[in-house]
Each structure stands twice: as structure tokens, then as C-alpha cells.
Write a protein that binds this ligand. Structure first.
Ligand code: CDP
Length: 246
């Protein structure tokens, strides 16, 4: 979040945001499951200008071995931004931000995965951000959840996610990059829609308690809409498999 230039209006007099959306409108979200031949599961998500690939390997033997858990699999997540994914070239390799995001994404996915079924193994999730425009952690969670399902890993629920935030004194759904930069707050939320559980809840910026609750409610609504798209993308994947077999 940065200081907003005086003349910049994030919502115009007719209630439209700079990319033409209304307050409670999601960016365009498209997803495809099963896009990589050499991973056990994969998915590609375009969410506004975000472009994100997720790949899953496993359950597989763990290296180093001392990380093995006798009673369950371990889930490892690496969120990585390509150098060309942002305006100012990102130095390759992990930095504090990507280490933190990897950790919170792991926390968001773990409650959904039935790790007890695969003792002594690891399930590895790789999230590659090819193009970033704010909201990459929620888009990464959505992609990773699809890739886990595509890998055939038993899950209690899909994990869906979305953010809401505050711009120009209004709570709005799904901030884009300018809104994230010049807005007042951003609240990413991940949910397990069927289990009715929240698996990620963060806040960047400033909100009153009421505004925070409004943002969380709105983000959950957004995540539920994204969940429907995840289901459709998975169905399409299996229809394709059926057709390939015929
Ligand atoms: O992407 P997300 O909103 O989950 O995380 P963030 O840390 O709030 O980052 C917001 C946005 O800032 C990213 O999506 C990128 O578009 C941008 N960013 C950037 O331009 N350069 C970086 N090194 C990191 C983030």
C-alpha cells in the first residue's frame, strides 16, 4: 500500500472502478486443470491480469529422509514469482515475501488434504506466478487446490479463495494492482466451502472492526463464486479424459 496521488480516483462518480468493474464485481477468472504432462497434477489460472501455474508431485518419497513423518505425509509448498512477472524485474529466487506466502498457502491448503493416508511421503506443490497483478496468493491457492485434486490426492474439500479490500472509503471485492497499491486495505481469505471453514485470513492496511467484517464477508462471497468455477474446471478435465479414452 502506497500514498495515493491526489488526482487519482479509484472509483468514479458513477461508481465504476478504474478497470470498469462495480464494487462487488470479480475480475475475469479462467482456469484449466491438467496442463502439464510431467507433474502428477496441474492447473493454470488466469485471474484478471494474474497468470499462475500450479504443479503437484506426490505422494512421493521424501528427501531429505529425516523429514519423514511415520503417521502422515508432509505438504510442502513453494510460491515463486518469475523475474518477468512484475513491472520491475524480480530477482530470481526466494525472498522474504515469497517465503511468507509459501507458508500461508501451505496453511491454507493443509486442512483440506488427507495427509494421514500417505505416511512417510511428501506432497509437493509448486506455484509459479508468470504474471502478477495483485491477489496472487489467493489465485495461487485456487490453482494449487485444483492441481491437488488433479493429482488424485484425497481431499476433504476444495480450497477456494478471494480477497476484498478498501479503496476510496469503500469496501470492494478483488483488488487489482493499482487498487492494492493506492488503496487502504487488502484482506485475502481462503475457505473450504463445504466444510464451512476459513483456512487463510490476512489483513494488510487499516480497517475498523466493522469494515474488516464486511471485507471478510465479501471475500467469502467472492471465494464461493470462484469455487463454482473450480468445480466446472474439474468437470471439464474429466470430460476430456473420458473423450480421450473413447
Ligand atoms: O499478490 P498478493 O496480493 O497476494 O500479494 P502482495 O504482497 O500484496 O502483492 C501485491 C502485488 O504487488 C503482487 O500481486 C504484484 O502484482 C506486486 N508485486 C510487485 O510488483 N513486485 C514484487 N516484488 C512483489 C509484488
Amino acid at each position: 500500500m502506497m500514498e495515493k496521488p491526489e488526482e487519482l480516483k479509484l472509483i468514479d462518480e458513477n461508481g465504476y472502478r478504474i478497470d470498469g468493474r462495480k464494487k462487488y464485481e470479480l475480475r475475469k477468472v479462467n482456469m484449466k486443470v491438467g496442463v502439464l504432462k510431467n507433474a502428477n497434477g496441474s492447473a493454470y489460472v488466469e485471474w484478471g491480469k494474474n497468470k499462475i501455474l500450479a504443479a503437484v508431485y506426490g505422494p512421493r518419497e521424501i528427501h531429505p529422509k529425516h523429514l519423514q513423518r511415520p503417521d502422515r505425509a508432509i505438504l510442502r509448498v513453494r510460491y515463486n514469482m518469475a523475474p518477468f512477472s512484475v513491472e520491475e524485474r524480480k530477482k530470481p529466487g526466494p525472498d522474504r515475501r515469497s517465503v511468507e506466502i509459501s507458508k500461508v498457502i501451505r496453511g491454507a491448503l493443509e486442512p483440506a488434504v488427507i495427509l494421514e493416508l500417505f505416511p512417510r511421503t511428501s506432497i509437493d506443490v509448486f506455484i509459479e506466478v508468470l504474471q502478477a497483478d495483485a491477489g496472487t496468493r489467493v489465485a495461487g491457492i485456487v490453482a494449487a487446490s485444483l492441481a491437488l485434486a488433479d493429482a488424485g490426492i484425497p481431499m476433504k474439500d476444495l480450497v477456494s479463495a478471494c480477497a476484498a479490500g478498501k479503496i476510496e472509503d469503500e469496501i470492494v471485492l478483488d483488488l487489482n494492482k493499482e487498487e492494492d497499491n493506492y488503496g487502504t486495505a487488502d484482506v485475502p481469505v481462503a475457505i473450504m466451502p463445504i466444510k464451512n471453514d476459513i483456512t487463510l485470513l490476512q489483513m494488510d492496511g487499516y480497517l475498523t472492526k466493522e469494515e474488516f467484517l464486511e471485507a471478510v464477508r465479501l471475500a467469502i462471497k467472492g471465494a464461493k463464486a470462484v469455487y463454482q468455477k473450480q468445480r466446472e474446471a474439474l468437470k471439464e478435465r474429466y470430460l476430456n479424459v473420458l473423450q480421450e479414452e473413447e
